[in-house]
Ligand binder design. Structure first.
Ligand code: UDH
Ligand code: NGS
Length: 354
């Protein structure tokens, strides 16, 4: 019958349609599963290829939001922390002799812009290699803001080129009593160590600027005198025991001499006492040559509250007897404030009275 055959045909047509639909569905499901398993395999291969163990990956929660709905937390697998190679013994970034002048005024905002890699508190470490030393630079300070600006302007670029992992600490004596440079330097040593595992300490007068970036602000096998040829002494060492202006001591060397004397109030002699400590401890002074060791000192008048200390000659005559009683092991101070500024950390301290 013609009616029957048309019914049969329509049924057949529907069955065919269903089969085609099922086929599409099957293909779609297969594709979805295939793509998912592909993602997983890529992730697995990446993990296998990495040299690092799972703890090196930090699984952090990143907040993502389209801006229209509340931020959601999304798990993001961070890149592995790359182990950097050690920096070379001599930095390839050094340029040698530098022009150092003090006939312009320094804008610290500009210094900050020119040194974008310096972190708050005056901290820096090279990005491409692991620094050989962790250096805390300590400056004893009071009423020398203009000098400090020059120091920051010149030193930050030099220290970065020297590929050091460094921090700058300006230790400011509070109040109006006689200046005590060594108590401030000892305080700087103690406070810097609370913040980071420094293994080298540079003690730099705020008005002394190196004129050659090959004069590396790091530590050597013997305590180092860095400011060896100052312009004010016609680029000569004024006397062989001279150990002032800028020096570096490793943590070990500093502890071996029991740090610096705490009882020199006012100007003079404290650097000679440190020299005596070094020699008494069986160490010697290391120095760069007089070309590399050239430095400029900012000319200035004698500071108020830092008159020559009349007791200094008597004190340096007795370093040997006093050095193990008076030093970092007997240091007393009170921190009044710590400020992390853009280009340095400033610590204001009460170091007591004479
Ligand atoms: N310092 C201060 N404020 C002071 C005194 C000293 O910040 O009031 C710091 C500063 O880092 C300075 C360092 O301590 O660079 C050494 O100071 P100093 O007085 O021992 O040495 P400086 O060579 O001056 O700077 C010596 C007196 C120069 C008199 C020159 C007269 N023409
Ligand atoms: C010596 C001082 C040192 C001082 C050096 C340079 O005489 O503390 O001169 O001084 N020693 C004594 O007084 C015992 S300077 O010309 O840089 O002001 O560092």
């Amino acid at each position: 019958m013609p009616g029957d055959s048309s019914v049969n045909f329509s049924v057949l047509h529907r069955i065919c349609k269903l089969v085609v639909l099922l086929c599409f569905l099957h293909i779609a499901v297969t594709v979805v599963f295939y793509v998912r398993s592909f993602d997983f395999r890529v992730a697995f291969v990446q993990n296998q290829q990495s040299n690092y163990n799972i703890p090196m990956f930090r699984n952090t929660n990143r907040v993502v939001s389209s801006g229209l709905e509340p931020a959601k937390e999304e798990k993001v697998l961070e890149q592995p922390v790359k182990k950097l190679e050690k920096c070379p013994e001599t930095s390839p970034l050094l340029v040698g002799p530098l022009r150092v002048e003090f006939n312009f005024s320094v804008d610290l905002e500009l210094v900050k812009k020119e040194n974008p890699n310096v972190q708050p508190g005056g901290r820096f470490k090279p990005k491409d290699c692991e620094a050989l030393q962790k250096v805390a630079i300590i400056i004893a300070f009071r009423y020398r803001e203009e000098h400090l600006k020059y120091w920051l302007h010149y030193l930050h670029p030099i220290l970065q080129r020297q590929q050091l992992d460094y921090g700058v600490y300006v230790i400011k004596q509070d109040g109006n009593d006689t200046f005590n440079k060594c108590r401030l330097l000892n305080t700087g040593y103690a406070e810097a160590l609370k913040e980071y595992d420094y293994n080298c300490f540079v003690f730099n007068d705020v008005d002394v600027i190196p004129m050659d970036d090959r004069n590396t602000y790091k530590c050597f096998s013997q305590p180092r005198h860095l400011a060896v040829s100052l312009d004010k002494f016609n680029f000569r060492l004024p006397y062989v025991q001279c150990f002032g202006g800028a020096t570096s001591l490793s943590k070990e060397q500093y502890l071996k001499i029991n740090g610096f004397p705490n009882n020199y109030w006012g100007w003079g002699g404290e650097d000679d006492d440190i020299y005596n400590r070094v020699v008494t401890s069986g160490m010697s002074i290391s120095r760069p040559n007089s070309e590399i060791g050239k430095c400029r000192m900012i000319r200035h008048n004698r500071d108020k509250l830092n008159d020559p200390n009349p007791q200094r000659f008597n004190r340096i005559a007795h370093t040997r007897e006093t050095m193990y009683k008076d030093g970092i092991n007997s240091l007393k101070y009170q921190v009044l404030s710590i400020q992390k500024l853009d280009l340095f950390t400033t610590i204001t301290v009460d170091v007591g009275k004479p």
